[in-house]
Design a protein around this ligand. Structure first.
Ligand code: NAD
Length: 496
């Protein structure tokens, strides 16, 4: 696939119009991680430009048609966005791979997901209903849901289209408006995505886009008193800063943060399924997944056999050009991230853990941030490679003896995003489901997102959930109206 004619210099889209980058403004080079070439430039929005985007979103909410439209009219436009994404999937895939280095098979799936996000939340909003209370015979009391206002939406670089589309779709489906800020590493696909949203008939000002670094553009957005809420997907430390900034203005936050999830392989597991699933759980998406099963807990009775097979398969993963359909892993997203991931192999060695595979740049690539799939046998769960989110193709294996040990180790983490259990035993399944403190427990399956169901983290992995009911709850206000059904006696103050 080659699409050479793309907009290289991307900036803001405000009120439906691309903003021409200001002369003398601050531009950032966007690097293709597979080639290390400059793929384009990003014009950074300063506080004034962010302010203009928020004003546009504010006006679209306070005066524009979107919050006032019938749910069916909104749904028609959201379905048109879905269709635009699917019709432009090759172009979006080209841009997404150019910025992220993710293999094309991953990207195809993620573009389908981006489209599905719009369809799903259009449907959810189309069926949303309020409540009625008639227990008090003199009154009819009903509860309606109203859109909440203007959202600041901030996205990470590891799956830009899939994750930013989730933020945008769950927000605007209920009649809200927004300003989206992508990661400064991955602006190109999302610039085209916001253009396509407008080509699908979205009224101007509903979805505005600003680009730039977190501490400049992102901070200007989340610190604004003119926004009504923040939806954020990204790292835990950034989540803390964002919540502190939003908290000063009493703005609620939905935070989808990091993880260090346990993937537990019991002796009762289907061995081959567990092997396939744990490999996919840590090495899919170049290992850059919040929901990676990055701590692999293996029961001692099968540990030698399992670890040997896991290492052999990890060493055979095909690494190369992410546009090549045969490749299973591409480069990591940027140089600093690659160096950080490789640094953890040195940390593991220094701490006395054993590096069983990888831990270095992949051979045979003159250019590109390619890293070999890395497998470490950790001394115990106290090792830094078991406690800190590495966010790369880096599996930390821990051997355990009993189910009590496995659950204790799984829960012994600052994080609680997801967990995986591999077992054919019902009692083991039920104990994992009940006792692991994580937002999702996947049993005998790698990642499976049921978009209707809540998704989000316990502990430092987040606050709030995406999902049909959860997104409705976050992105709408509840209003109670009470009306007497017959004349009522009102105390007549001052009447005599
Ligand atoms: P990051 O936190 O560095 O950046 C995320 C976004 O926040 C970027 O757009 C960045 O520019 C912006 N940002 C940074 N500082 C900011 C500030 N002070 N104010 C406002 N915005 C700011 O995360 P990343 O490196 O882009 O992504 C990786 C992280 O995201 C990992 O920790 C991963 O686990 C997490 N993540 C979580 C989920 C989830 O659903 N729970 C999904 C994907 C990624």
């Amino acid at each position: 696939m080659k699409i050479s004619d793309y907009r290289r210099h991307v900036g803001s889209i405000i009120d439906g119009q691309a903003v021409a980058p200001m002369p003398g403004g601050y531009d950032i080079e966007v690097v293709n991680p597979a080639t290390e070439e400059v793929a384009g430039l990003l014009h950074e929005a300063d506080a004034a430009e962010v302010g203009a985007a928020i004003v546009a979103a504010r006006r679209a909410f306070d005066e524009g048609p979107w919050p006032r439209m019938s749910a069916d009219a909104r749904k028609a436009i959201l379905y048109a966005v879905r269709d635009k994404i699917l019709a432009h999937s090759d172009e979006l895939a080209f841009l997404e791979i150019m910025n992220t280095g993710l293999p094309i098979a991953s990207i195809r799936w993620q573009i389908t997901r981006a489209a599905a996000n719009f369809e799903m939340f259009a449907d959810v909003a189309g069926l949303a209903a309020g409540q009625t209370f008639t227990q008090n015979a003199s009154y009819l009391t009903y509860v309606t849901r109203e859109p909440k206002g203007v959202a600041a939406l901030i996205a990470p670089w590891n799956a830009p289209l899939a994750l930013a589309s989730m933020r945008v779709a769950t927000c605007i489906a209920f009649g809200n408006t927004c300003v989206l800020k992508p990661s400064e590493f991955t602006p190109h696909s999302l610039f085209r995505f916001v253009e396509l949203i407008h080509e699908a008939g979205m009224p101007a000002g509903v979805v505005n886009l600003v680009n730039g670094r977190g501490h400049v553009t992102g901070a200007a957005l989340t610190e604004s008193a003119l926004i009504d809420m923040v939806g954020f997907t990204g790292g835990t430390e950034t989540g803390r800063a964002i919540m502190a900034a939003a908290g000063r203005n009493l703005k609620p936050c939905l935070l989808e943060l990091g993880g260090k999830s346990a993937s537990i392989v019991f002796e009762s597991a289907d061995f081959e399924q567990a092997l396939d699933g744990t490999l996919a759980g840590i090495f899919a998406n170049n290992g850059q997944q919040c929901l990676a099963g990055s701590r692999i807990l293996v029961q001692r009775s099968i540990a030698d056999r399992f670890i040997e097979a896991f290492v052999a398969r990890a060493k055979s993963i095909r690494i190369g050009d992410p546009y090549d359909e045969r490749m299973e892993m591409g480069p990591l997203a940027y140089r600093g991230h690659m160096e950080r991931v490789l640094g953890y192999a040195r940390i593991a060695e220094a701490e006395g853990s054993r590096v069983l595979a990888g831990g270095r740049r992949a051979a045979g690539h003159d250019k590109g941030f390619y890293v070999e799939p890395t497998v470490v046998l950790a001394q115990d769960n106290g090792a830094r490679v078991c406690r800190e989110e590495i966010f790369g193709p880096f599996a930390s294996i821990i051997v355990f003896d009993t189910i009590d040990d496995a659950i204790r180790i799984a829960n012994d983490s600052e994080f609680g995003l997801v967990s995986y259990a591999w077992t054919s035993d019902l009692a083991t399944t039920m104990r994992c489901s009940r006792e692991i403190r994580a937002g999702t427990v996947w049993v005998n399956t790698p990642m499976m997102r049921e978009l209707r169901a809540p998704f989000g983290g316990y502990k430092a992995s987040g606050i709030g959930r995406d999902g049909a009911e959860s997104s409705l709850a976050f992105f709408t206000e509840l209003k109670t109206t009470s009306i007497p059904v017959a004349p009522i006696a009102i105390p007549r103050l001052g009447a005599n």
